[in-house]
Design a protein around this ligand. Sequence first.
Ligand SMILES: [Zn+2]
Length: 190
Amino acid sequence: MSRLGFLYGTVHANKTERAKFLKNRFLKYKFPVLLMAPVITHQDDISSYDYLIGKEENIFLTIKRQFSDLKLLIIDDAHLLSEVQIDQLLQVAITLNIAVLCFGLRTDFRTSGFLGARRLLELSQVVEKIPTFCSCGMEAIFSVRKVFGKTTFSGEKIAKEKDITYEALCPNCYYRKLIQYKKLKESGRL
Ligand SMILES: [Zn+2]
């Protein structure tokens, strides 16, 4: 039996770069490894992914039928997978003896957990936080959304538009911005 692991961090934690680095490192030693991402990945450049996982796809069956000689499966943006798919990843680790390492966000821009991330936190044998820092110097915990450079706490949970950016914030800065936002909204200036 192999293990399921979850490395989580805020935006700008270089999760994708770490996933690619890890894959290349293992490839160098001719270790059978693949890097995958959900088809709804946040990344613009999908050229480095070996496979994109469909929204309803049974990952366990895909791996069993097409990639059973793998030793390591790395998944980027794993928080965007469904809870059922995370359960399937655990089955990949247990039944197929393939180590699965997932990278992703823990929470969305309103501090609410992604379903895939929540399930990963429940099931993974190895859970590690990738540290990032807020502009004030404190450790960042949350990711806040900006539209046209302005902080917002409204909108869809998952959005991928070119005017949307994200910033990593510590709890103190996050809640300061949330209070400012609520005041502006109440005064009708937003
Ligand atoms: Zn801060």
